[in-house]
Design a protein around this ligand. Structure first.
Ligand code: COI
Length: 355
């Protein structure tokens, strides 16, 4: 056991890494040797510990199990062609994490605990970062209530943890998407902008029904009229119409995606006009019928940039030939080049692990 700064580090006695192949990994099934855990009580965060990946113990009366006071983030670490390792835009995720925490009445994380804890954890499990194209080390910070009571109230104690999971692409192929008009993901005044566990739980039924019809995901529409597109199950969404890329504006029910923000920057660099505004489904249908709908794609940490080859709305199957696309493949190429160290990181998105 060694103490480094204020983080206690307990190393595993035997790494599982030699038994694990990092090729063609499914998303979220394999975890590295270590995890970070820290508890909040008496109004303060306690001593963080990095220790071997292991079960946690909670009582059945744990508040999270009953009322879902739980938030999370998704971040990725990459290794460049020079062999250096970086985390992509962790400060943006840190700020979003605390935005989610405030909405869910949870305590904010100090920046040093979030960033330095993550950096040290990744540094310890560095040999788990895959090197294949479209592979990375997925970082999952999360916080959940730990009071042992079934009274409906904000917890007074919490756990914050970070897990690491080497992963390949979330969606390996272009997606078939169903425009959802029956169920809602988020309503004005709700928790749509927060990365709260419950947002994902409430999406599962719509997702399952779409999957049963042969689709990969749903495209959510607004909760009031079911006409304005919002985001997809695990991603923000972009439509390229003519020389303009349109993505729904962040009006409170949409997640402020870090990949979304990076893609907006790169699209503008590529000479496209980017509009963040309400987007009516009829505008997409009209563009499709007029032949001006060039591309549609999702963006997310897990999903990166995932093309939509088919969009189903009200009996109309809008099909697109993704092989002919130029805009989103170029965005992906440029983003990958920054992440792999083949292009200069002019926006300082890459946070070095050995800082
Ligand atoms: C991410 O893209 O990091 C997500 O959190 C989406 C999903 C895997 C829940």
């Amino acid at each position: 056991m060694e103490a480094v700064m204020d983080i206690k580090i307990i190393k595993t006695e035997k790494s599982r890494r030699p038994e694990v192949s990092l090729d063609n990994l499914p998303f979220g099934k394999v975890f590295t040797d270590h995890m970070l855990e820290v508890h909040y009580k008496d109004g303060q965060w306690q001593q963080p510990v990095i220790k071997p990946f292991q079960p946690i113990t909670i009582l059945p009366s744990n508040l999270t199990l009953h009322y879902g006071q739980s938030i999370f983030e998704g971040i990725k670490a990459y290794r460049t062609i020079d062999g250096d390792s970086y985390i992509f835009r962790p400060f943006d995720n840190f700020h979003r994490f605390n935005t989610s925490a405030a909405r869910m009445m949870m305590p904010p994380l100090p920046e040093e605990l979030f960033i330095e804890g993550m950096r040290r954890l990744v540094a310890l499990d560095l040999n788990w970062i895959p090197q294949r194209p479209d592979h990375s080390l997925y970082i999952r910070p999360f916080m959940f209530a730990t009071d042992e009571t079934i009274g409906v109230k904000p917890s007074s104690t919490y756990s914050f943890m970070i897990l690491l999971s080497p992963t390949g692409p979330y969606y390996a192929k272009p997606m078939r998407i169903f425009v959802e008009e029956k169920y809602s993901r988020a309503a004005p005044g709700g928790i749509g902008f927060a990365k709260a566990a419950g947002n994902y739980a409430s999406s599962l039924l719509a997702f399952a029904e779409a999957q049963a019809k042969g689709y990969d995901q749903v495209l959510w529409t607004d909760a009031v009229e079911h006409k304005y597109v919002q985001e997809m199950g695990t991603m923000n969404v972009f439509f390229v119409i003519g020389n303009t890329a349109i993505t729904p504006n962040l009006e409170g029910s949409i997640l402020d995606g870090v990949t979304r923000s990076s893609v907006i920057t790169l699209l503008q660099e590529q000479g496209l006009t980017v509009e963040e505004r309400p987007l009516h489904i009829n505008e997409i249908v009209a563009a499709y019928k007029a032949g001006t709908l060039r591309e549609a794609f999702g963006t997310g940490t897990a999903a990166t940039i995932s093309p939509i080859k088919e969009l189903a709305y009200d009996g109309l199957e809008m099909r697109m030939d993704t092989d002919k696309w130029t805009v989103s493949p170029e965005v992906k190429r440029r983003l990958d080049a920054i992440r792999e160290g083949r292009s200069p990181d002019i926006y300082q998105w890459m946070f070095p692990i050995d800082a």
